[in-house]
Design a protein around this ligand. Structure first.
Ligand SMILES: Cc1cc2nc3c(=O)[nH]c(=O)nc-3n(C[C@H](O)[C@H](O)[C@H](O)COP(=O)(O)OP(=O)(O)OC[C@H]3O[C@@H](n4cnc5c(N)ncnc54)[C@H](O)[C@@H]3O)c2cc1C
Ligand SMILES: NC(=O)c1ccc[n+]([C@@H]2O[C@H](COP(=O)([O-])OP(=O)(O)OC[C@H]3O[C@@H](n4cnc5c(N)ncnc54)[C@H](O)[C@@H]3O)[C@@H](O)[C@H]2O)c1
Length: 477
């Protein structure tokens, strides 16, 4: 080997997780090697969160015309949409964020950055190009890729994944999407609003990981936008046509559905990036869900941690970031750490947005039985929502024993922003008395949280002991 490096920490993958570990370790003056075989910034910056949210914003702008009608703002003619310019916006947003994740910035922080594939050759050794790295600790943060299901014919047709979708400069005439999860539905709505015809095939229930009632509100909006959603319809075959592709699906009841379209997007879930990593040589166990880690994010090789999408748990940028923080505590300060999925929020950025944190109603029921209470507040009773014309939406708080907030689900405008407050409340183990007892500025959508929490005490005025106490206190003048 031409070079041998012996840093304290070697991080594989410069995406959401790996970059956070490298930046934090470097800030403490620790010697770090960061290895990236593709683009700095990983999926989130280049093929995931950033381009998808930028395209969603373009879709929202296209919708503004329609939305204005109820305010008496009639724009006249429908807007013309230049898809290439929407794509320019996507590229510009990536370019604006890119410097933050760049090799130059990380080298400036004191990190040694290698731009080649990394693979373990022994339990304490990684090789990347001509360099051998023997580190005290390794962090594998290699992410995930689009899972391409073994559907007959799929190999033989041109299809898009999240790695190629954001390169389109021309509006697809008709986009068929395999998968009604967050990727499928966010992209379905954005493309529909930018003028494409869109059909989604979903083998099970669309947005199946979220509260079914609130997910239903999102699906109703997508359908009214004109997105065709075929639930419980698995794709069974795909073939190429002169104009694009034909997708054949079968419903649960056995009905066959065939749709011909210009473009096909595969958004059928993710598979962990474990290939060619030499995990066997390092004694690191993995399966099709990803690298196996314990609560402390250690793999079966005690020198090696795994974080982010490759670790097989919840797959979000903020989870990769949260895990990076835990791993830093463990490696640098030798503090005990434990990953806690019960405090993780997520948001699907459709209109309306769909947010979640903590335990779902179903999980809370399993854990606490009839000791839980579900408290709700509706957007159409919130003054700000009325003023904004954003009356479609609902908040659910799941209160456990003693009124503790176990979880929350919300659908509606700005749901993602409201989840921030709820995420803090869940992680700090707050109770309904906390959520009912703070001052929320009027008029805001955040008042929905107080309104739902106050309903926990709805029976208090009728409580005989409360009434007796009031009567007694009155006697003191
Ligand atoms: C379309 C889409 C939209 C999304 N939207 C959101 C969202 O709005 N919010 C959210 O929280 N999450 C979102 N996600 C999920 C989010 O992108 C991921 O959870 C996040 O990027 C995971 O970070 P990571 O560090 O685990 O992996 P990544 O960010 O993918 O980084 C892994 C890096 O490792 C590199 N690598 C892999 N193997 C090797 C190797 N052998 N040697 C060297 N380098 C290697 C890869 O090239 C890559 O750069 C979205 C995902 C997609 C696909
Ligand atoms: N807003 C966000 O935070 C955001 C946005 C996008 C993605 N993500 C992350 O990326 C992950 C992956 O997203 P995703 O939407 O690809 O995955 P997903 O697993 O949530 O959804 C994929 C869907 O495809 C369906 N499917 C699979 N094979 C099929 C077939 N043959 N025919 C029809 N349907 C089929 C599945 O039933 C499933 O519902 C998410 O779980 C999330 O962690 C997050």
């Amino acid at each position: 080997m031409a070079n041998v490096l012996t840093p304290d920490i070697c991080v594989i993958g410069a995406g959401s997780g790996g970059l956070s570990v490298a930046a934090a370790a470097a800030a403490f003056g620790v010697d770090v090697v960061l290895i990236e075989k593709g683009l700095m910034g990983g999926d989130c910056l280049n093929y995931g969160c950033v381009p998808s949210k930028a395209l969603i914003a373009a879709g929202k702008a296209a919708q503004a015309n329609v939305k204005g009608e109820k305010f008496g703002v009639h724009a006249g003619t429908p807007p013309t949409i230049e898809f290439a310019e929407a794509n320019d916006h996507v590229r510009n947003v990536i370019a604006a964020i890119e410097p933050h994740d760049s090799q130059e910035r990380f080298e400036g922080l004191g990190v040694t950055v290698l731009r080649d594939e990394a693979r373990f050759t022994a339990p304490d050794t990684v090789v990347s190009g001509e360099t051998e790295i023997k580190a005290r600790r390794f962090v594998v943060a290699t992410g995930s890729s689009a899972l391409v299901p073994p559907i007959p014919g799929l190999d033989g047709v041109p299809y898009l994944t999240n790695e190629t979708l954001f390169e389109l400069r021309e509006k697809p005439d008709h986009l068929v999407i395999i998968g009604g999860g967050p990727i499928g539905l966010e992209m379905a709505q954005a493309h529909r609003r930018l003028g494409a015809k869109v059909t989604v095939f979903e083998a099970a229930k669309a947005l199946g990981k979220d509260d079914a009632e609130l997910a239903g509100v999102v699906l109703a909006q997508l359908k009214s936008d004109g997105v065709e959603i075929l639930e419980e319809t698995g794709v069974e075959a795909v073939s190429e046509t002169d104009a694009g592709v034909t997708v054949k699906g079968k419903t649960k009841s056995g009905e066959e559905i065939e749709v011909s379209a210009s473009h096909l997007l595969v958004a059928a879930g993710r598979r962990p990036n474990v290939d060619n990593l030499g995990l066997e040589q390092a004694g690191i166990d993995f399966d099709r869900r990803g690298i196996k880690v314990d609560k402390g994010l250690r793999t079966t090789n005690r020198k090696v941690y795994a974080i982010g999408d490759v670790a097989g748990g919840l797959q979000f940028t903020h989870v990769a970031g949260y895990q990076a923080g835990l791993v830093i505590r463990s490696i640098l300060f030798r503090l005990p750490i434990a990953m806690n999925d019960d405090v993780v929020p997520w948001v699907t950025y459709t209109s309306p947005e769909l947010g979640h944190v903590g335990l779902s109603e179903a999980d809370a029921l399993k854990k606490h039985g009839d000791k839980i209470k579900v408290l709700t507040a509706e957007y159409d009773r919130n003054d700000r929502a009325l003023a904004e014309g954003e009356t479609i939406g609902k908040l659910k708080l799941i209160a456990g024993p003693g009124g503790r907030l176990l979880g929350a689900d919300i659908v509606g405008a700005q749901a993602g922003e409201i989840v921030n407050l709820l995420s803090l409340a869940v992680s700090k183990k707050m109770a309904m008395k906390d959520l009912a007892g703070f001052i929320s500025p009027y008029p805001t959508l955040g008042e929905l949280v107080r309104r739902a929490a106050i309903s926990y005490y709805a029976d208090a005025p009728k409580n005989v002991w409360v009434r007796r106490a009031i009567g007694l206190l009155r006697k003191f003048g």
